[in-house]
Design a protein around this ligand. Structure first.
Ligand code: FAD
Length: 308
């Protein structure tokens, strides 16, 4: 077996997701190569070479891959895929954009959001918002798989893989990069944060979300939200956790004024420790919480911050 992992990049640097995808590749077994594609990505390639279990890092450093647009990235993967039995990427915006293109061009089926590996051809993936887990087997010669990173613990960084340049330059005439607008934040990225504190409709308004800031600062946490809080306009939608938002599995998840609807739980129930703050002791969030505080969040949050 030979596996190619498409590295996730964040502002040109290797994103944490890649270490989780390499862990999934290890569960499959076989030689693992990592593809780092972008422009000016030597630092990312060096970081990828340190990931445990990686044999070789293939570096496609070219303006054609600068923004990881689906068309040139798809063409690059088609060019390289012949060397591999499996191509893996995280189920991130880029992975979900690029891998189905590879699957279509190679005329194989796509396996999405994989959370477990049974064998080299059989995988586990959640369906119905995580209420059931499907076991899927692929008979395709090439398996094209996106990995839900929360399903696999990251590999360590004591490796020393070789690096090799990829000369192939894809034609990217079909699409061009126009611009991107990124939210500026000093906080950790929601998807990779070790601690997440999220507010729900119970926060009352956007101004009250500031009550979470002090606690997030003390814990080094990212701030998330329920869809009700997003839909009410309290906070922007990139903060949404859940079925139609981000999937997170931090060490610690604190849900504040969130009832615990199944669609919210779909995005956070794999967190290691869950703390819920809610004034309704019957709220379903308490069924998944390790620690529950029943009370008014407007009293509990300032007290929690001062105790921290
Ligand atoms: C197709 C689909 C996809 C969806 N995707 C998502 C998703 O990705 N993420 C998501 O979150 N939801 C999603 N939803 C919506 C979901 O069903 C719920 O409506 C939503 O999660 C509710 O948000 P909430 O818990 O903040 O609000 P509510 O359910 O209104 O709960 C508010 C909670 O705050 C508590 N509260 C109020 N005041 C206080 C106070 N002063 N102190 C302490 N507690 C207080 C209340 O007791 C209550 O439990 C989706 C729904 C559908 C149909």
């Amino acid at each position: 077996m030979s596996i190619l992992v498409l590295a996730d990049l964040h502002e040109g640097q290797l994103a944490g997701a890649t270490a989780h995808v390499v862990a999934a590749a290890q569960a499959i077994g076989g030689d693992i190569d990592v593809l780092v594609a972008g422009e000016g990505v030597q630092a990312a390639a060096d970081a990828a070479a340190k990931l445990d279990g990686v044999s070789k890092v293939r570096v496609a450093d070219n303006a054609a891959y600068a923004h990881q647009l689906a068309e040139p990235m798809g063409a690059l993967l088609v060019e390289l895929a012949g060397d591999y039995t499996h191509v893996l990427a995280s189920a991130s915006t880029t992975g979900k954009n690029v891998l189905p293109r590879l699957a279509a061009l190679k005329d194989v089926s796509q396996l999405s959001d994989v959370i477990g590996v049974e064998s080299a051809d059989t995988f586990l993936r959640p369906i119905y918002a995580g209420n059931a887990i499907a076991t899927v087997k692929s008979d395709d010669a090439l398996k094209v798989i996106t990995i839900r990173t929360t399903g696999f613990d990251a590999v360590g960084t004591s490796g020393s893989a070789t690096t090799e340049a990829v000369d192939f330059v894809a034609d990217n005439a079909q699409s061009s990069f126009v611009k991107q607008e990124l939210a500026q934040s000093d906080r950790p990225e929601l998807g990779g944060a070790k601690v997440v504190i999220s507010g729900g409709r119970g926060m009352g308004n956007g101004e009250n979300f500031k009550l979470l800031d002090g606690i997030a600062d003390k814990l080094g946490a990212a701030i998330g939200a329920s869809r009700a809080a997003v839909d009410a306009g309290f906070v922007p939608n990139d903060m949404q956790v859940g079925q139609t938002g981000k999937i997170v599995a931090p060490e610690l998840y604190i849900a504040v004024g969130i009832s615990g609807a199944i669609q919210h739980l779909a995005g956070m129930k794999d967190s290691k420790v869950i703390v819920a703050i809610n004034k309704d002791e019957e709220a379903p969030i308490f069924q998944v919480a390790d620690y529950g505080l029943v009370g008014d969040l407007f009293e509990i949050l300032p007290e929690l911050e001062s105790k921290l």
